[in-house]
Ligand binder design. Sequence first.
Ligand code: SF4
Ligand code: SF4
Length: 129
Amino acid sequence: MKRNVSLEEISDGRLYGGNDMVKADCHGCEGCHACCTGMGNSVILDPYDAYRFQQGLGKGISQLFAEGMLELNVVDGIILPNLKMSGKGGRCAFLNEEGRCGIHESRPGLCRLFPLGRYYEDGEFKYFL
Ligand code: SF4
Ligand code: SF4
């Protein structure tokens, strides 16, 4: 999806290709949950995410909609599901009381990609940190 932010605003401004080496760990994750808060409707789900939810949580995507964990939004003219961020600071519905992902084993692909993002241009993409 398109986000109206500049690359410099959310990264070091560098783009990486498939053959580039980059140090991209999260320092063991200190649990600040900044990556699970305030993401708006940007954590879009794909069919494999729905499969992961079904397998890992034992819940179909319809049930997760009914429980208020997901929502639908129009992205580039297409209606797509995404993780619902709500409450103070826009917390992911799956964030637990300890500020950790409550579905870590079954989390969506975009969450697995973090701290990398994809930058699409001219029919191809590169990664940014
Ligand atoms: S991975 Fe997320 S929760 Fe962990 S330290 Fe980084 S921003 Fe915070
Ligand atoms: S599913 Fe887990 S990792 Fe992904 S945004 Fe929600 S709490 Fe964070």
